[in-house]
Design a protein around this ligand. Structure first.
Ligand code: ZN
Length: 354
C-alpha cells in the first residue's frame, strides 16, 4: 500500500460531514457541532465535533480522535477499511479465478465522484433504508415480489417518503445544487425518489448510484440518478466463474434472493465498453426479458460472447426474472430450467433455502 497522507485525507473529508453521514444528528453551536455520542448510551448530546482541528471528543465517554478514528470505532473496522469507506483507496478490481496469470483483471469504470458526492449518496441511501423499515406499504410490495428481509438488508434497499433528504442536506450544509445535479432532488427542490423503492448500487459497501421504482402507476416506472449508469451488482460477481446477467433492477434482486452471482445491465441498449467485464468470465448465463427486444439482445450478446454463454428461456406468460420471482413456484421453476441447461449443481448448493 502506498504511503498515506493523513492530513490530506482529513482535509478532503470534513469530519462534521462524515459524522453526519454516519447517522449522527449534529447541531451547530458556533464553531463546533454537538450530537449524541454513538459510543455510549446517552440522551443528552455530549459528542463535540471541531471542524477547525478536524477532531471529535465525547465529554461522556472520552472517545476522541480524527475522522479516521471515528470511522474505525463507529464501524468496528481497521485503518485500511476506514480509508476504503472514505473512498481514499481504490476498490480492489474484480477478480475471476480462472484468468491467466499476468493478465489484467476485468474492470468496469466506476463513476467519478467527489468526497461530497459520496457522502450525499451514502446519506440518502441510509435515510431511505431506514425509511423502508417503517413503511408498511413498501415492505408489502417487496414481499409480494418475493423480496424479504435478507435481500432488503444485503442490497440496502430503501424507500423515499419525499420528506427526509432535503432537510438532512440543509442541516449538514451539503450542496443542494450538487444533489440536484446528481438527480436526487428536482429543480423545484422536491425529492426525485419520492414514493419509490430505491435500489442502490453498492461499491465497497457504499452507495455509488441508485434507481427508484415507483410504487404507484406512473409514466416513469424506473428513475435512475443522473450519474453514469453502472452494472448493477457488479461487485457481487467477484470470485465467481459463472455469472448471471439480467436486465432490470428487480430481476437482479430476485437473482440475489436465490443466491445467484448476478448483475443487471439496466436495459438492453448497452454500450460494448460497459460489457468488457464479461470478457474474462468463463461462463455467462443470460436471463433476459421474454419480449422481442429482450430475446434479440440475449441472442446478440450470446453471439458476441461465444460458446461459454447460455441463454435461459423463461416460461411462457412470464415477462422477466422479477416476475418469475413473485410466483410461489418461481424459484423451483428457475432451477429446473437451469438443470435442463446442465447448469444446476453449483447454484443449487449455494442457494439459500426459501
Ligand atoms: Zn461518548
Amino acid at each position: 500500500m502506498p504511503p498515506v497522507d493523513v492530513d490530506r485525507i482529513k482535509e478532503r473529508n470534513p469530519i462534521e460531514r462524515v459524522v453526519a453521514a454516519h447517522g449522527i444528528k449534529l447541531q451547530q453551536r458556533g464553531e463546533r457541532f454537538v450530537g449524541c455520542c454513538p459510543f455510549h448510551e446517552e440522551e443528552h448530546p455530549s459528542l463535540v465535533v471541531y471542524p477547525a482541528t478536524k477532531s471529535f471528543f465525547c465529554f461522556g465517554c472520552r472517545a476522541a480522535g480524527d475522522v479516521i478514528d471515528f470511522l474505525r470505532r463507529k464501524e468496528g473496522i481497521g485503518f485500511r477499511e476506514a480509508l476504503d469507506l472514505l473512498g481514499e483507496r481504490p476498490a480492489p478490481p474484480l477478480d475471476t479465478p480462472k484468468r491467466d496469470a499476468g493478465e489484467a483483471p476485468p474492470q468496469e469504470s466506476a463513476p467519478r465522484l467527489t468526497v461530497d458526492d459520496r457522502l450525499i449518496l451514502s446519506a440518502a441511501c441510509d435515510l431511505y433504508h431506514e425509511a423502508l423499515g417503517q413503511n408498511e406499504r413498501a415492505l408489502k410490495y417487496l414481499e409480494r415480489r418475493g423480496l424479504t428481509l435478507p435481500v432488503i438488508q444485503r442490497c440496502r434497499l430503501g424507500y423515499s417518503d419525499g420528506q427526509v433528504l432535503k432537510p438532512f442536506l440543509q442541516r449538514h450544509r451539503f450542496s443542494l445544487r450538487r444533489a440536484t445535479e446528481m438527480g436526487l432532488l428536482r429543480k423545484d427542490g422536491s425529492e426525485a425518489m419520492a414514493r419509490r423503492i430505491v435500489v442502490p448500487e453498492l461499491r465497497g459497501g457504499r452507495c455509488a448510484w441508485m434507481v427508484g421504482r415507483a410504487l404507484d402507476e406512473r409514466r416513469l416506472k424506473y428513475l435512475g440518478l443522473s450519474l453514469p449508469k453502472p452494472i448493477l451488482g457488479y461487485e457481487g460477481l467477484r470470485g465467481h466463474d459463472r455469472v448471471f446477467v439480467t436486465e432490470g433492477a428487480f430481476d437482479y434482486l430476485t437473482g440475489v434472493s436465490w443466491g445467484l452471482p448476478i448483475c443487471a445491465l439496466l436495459g438492453t441498449h448497452v454500450r460494448a465498453g460497459r460489457l468488457k467485464f464479461l470478457e474474462r468470465v468463463p461462463e455467462v448465463v443470460l436471463v433476459f426479458d421474454t419480449d422481442d427486444e429482450g430475446q434479440r439482445a440475449a441472442h446478440d450478446l450470446s453471439a458476441s460472447l461465444g460458446p461459454r454463454t447460455h441463454v435461459v428461456e423463461l416460461p411462457g406468460g412470464v415477462k422477466d426474472l422479477g416476475e418469475l420471482g413473485a410466483r410461489p413456484d418461481g424459484r423451483e421453476t428457475f432451477f429446473a430450467l437451469l438443470e435442463n441447461l446442465g447448469l444446476a449443481a453449483k447454484e443449487v448448493q449455494h442457494a439459500p433455502t426459501p
